[in-house]
Design a protein around this ligand. Structure first.
Ligand SMILES: Cc1ncc(COP(=O)(O)O)c(C=O)c1O
Length: 479
């Protein structure tokens, strides 16, 4: 098919996600990506781009491993193209589950497979809801003497079905299915679909850039933890089953946690007997220089959700990983987590994920991120010389550059200025210059940089060079 044919058919038939489709009606080209290698992709016109977003924060090993991963997929296709995890197991799901149990910290030993990140988040919340009911039932069953119904006994014991609420953070993105969307803290994504699933409260995220200058890191941590605890108390702690947060929050621009934050969150969850879930859809599989971001910050979650980097997005697969203690009530003879999806643990996707992990180990990709993150950060920090760059933050291979109108006051751009700056100028200018990264104004305006984890100094220099030129021009136009 020619490039022109592809254009026409894309306009006529393809409905792209989170895309203003009307923007392609007036001769504006649909960007059509046709191939990739390493950190680079090519469009249908043959133009090359450095993909500083790794697809969607997800092609961790880069684009060059199609042959090897394809071979693993082919072998699995020949052997067993599909079987289900509903009541059955198969070797690749078993192998991948045990590999994940060995890579995940602590006793995160039990793996429930799904097809992607939203499904993982959806499943984590459902798991938390059912966990308290299952745990309550188990305790009540052991204690029952009178012929009561189990349900009445659970309610009388004040446990079980009443724990259904979740806590997440403002501006955090956790996916788009109704449960995951309800956990999502981005008002503009939620508003069209309300009423959402009851009941989620959003607490402060760890964005420190706009906090008072005189506030210490310790005071900031205290402020955040007080806010979390107050929210839980206001909701009724006995009704809350889940606190769900990313190790480093992506939306809003790579908010890293202040010292002591995760230890405090863990302590609050323990005090109120609430499950802590780390959303590692982006941060797992090397993005932060560890197999799991939870390791980096010693988060000790009860549940981890992951997807994207699990297969480096060579196939759609996600997972919920639970601690032994979370699994325990479901090991009763008649207990069951009442949840499943047809493609959860698809054998071909498991074979792809296993090969991806094998490549990551062989090529020491996680170590590469840890070894070169300081160099990457130092290069990105040179952008702070530009008048429009207020902050560079993040860690590992996961950064955001916040754009400001005034560096002194840290004043941000108004909505219409964001529209002109991000959509009107930056997006097309960066793309024209051959750089794919994300311009995001779900919080304050940021440019997000999250390249494949195989990026070396040459790619880092190219990213910083293009960003410097384009952001410099943006400053000249706008400030
Ligand atoms: C932290 C986080 N959770 C969940 C999701 C949803 O994942 P998916 O798009 O695979 O459904 C995303 C997607 O970007 C994410 O970043």
């Amino acid at each position: 098919m020619t490039a022109a044919d592809l254009q026409q058919r894309a306009r006529d038939h393809l409905w792209m996600h989170f895309t203003r489709m009307g923007g392609y009606g007036d001769g504006q080209e649909v960007p059509i990506i046709v191939k990739g290698d390493g950190c680079y992709v090519w469009d249908a016109n043959g133009k090359r781009y450095l993909d500083a977003l790794a697809g969607l924060f997800s092609v961790n090993i880069g684009y060059g491993h199609g042959e090897e991963i394809g071979q693993a997929a082919l072998e699995q296709m020949r052997e067993l193209p599909f079987y289900t995890n509903w009541s059955y197991a198969h070797p690749k799901a078993i192998e991948l589950a045990s590999e994940l149990a060995s890579l995940a910290p602590g006793d995160l030993n039990r793996v429930f497979f799904v097809s992607g990140g939203s499904e993982a988040v959806e499943s984590a919340w459902k798991l938390a809801r059912q966990y308290y009911a299952a745990r309550g039932e188990k305790r009540v069953r052991h204690a029952l003497r009178e012929p009561e119904t189990i349900h009445d006994a659970i309610v009388a014991a004040g446990r079980g079905p009443h724990r259904y609420k979740a806590v997440a953070r403002h501006i955090a993105y956790h996916g788009t299915t109704m449960g995951a969307l309800s956990i999502n803290g981005i008002p503009s994504l939620r508003s069209s679909f309300e009423p959402l699933v009851p009941e989620v409260r959003h607490v402060h995220n760890t964005n420190r850039y706009h906090r008072p200058a005189e506030e210490s890191e310790q005071e900031f941590t205290r402020f955040l933890l007080d806010d979390l605890e107050q929210a839980i108390l206001a909701m009724g702690p006995e009704t809350v089953c889940l606190v769900h947060m990313e190790p480093v929050q992506n939306a809003g621009g790579c908010f890293t946690p202040p010292a002591g934050y995760w230890q405090g969150v863990r302590a609050i969850c323990d005090a109120y007997d609430i499950l802590l879930s780390a959303d590692e859809v982006i941060t797992a599989f090397g993005r932060l220089g560890h197999w799991f971001g939870s390791e980096r910050y010693d988060i000790r979650p009860d549940i981890v959700t992951c997807a994207k980097g699990l297969s480096s997005s060579y196939g759609p697969i996600g997972a919920v990983i639970a601690r032994d203690e979370v699994m325990e009530p479901f090991l009763d003879a008649t207990a069951m987590y009442a949840h499943g999806v047809t493609f959860g643990g698809h054998p071909v996707m498991c074979a792809i994920a296993l090969k991806n992990i094998e490549i990551m180990k062989r090529e020491r990709i996680v170590e590469h991120v840890r070894d070169s993150e300081d160099v990457f950060r130092a290069k990105l920090e040179t952008l702070l010389d530009l008048p429009i760059v207020g902050d560079v933050r993040g860690t590992g291979f996961f950064y955001a550059v916040e754009l400001v109108k005034d560096k002194e006051t840290r004043a941000t751009f108004e909505d219409d200025e964001c529209e002109t700056l991000l959509r009107g100028y930056l997006s097309p200018a960066l793309f024209d210059a051959g750089l794919i990264c994300r311009q995001d104004d779900r919080g304050d305006p940021v440019v997000q940089i999250s390249p494949p984890l195989v990026a070396g100094e040459a790619e880092m220099d190219e990213i910083v060079g293009i960003l410097g030129d384009v952001l410099g021009e943006a400053a000249r136009r706008l400030l």
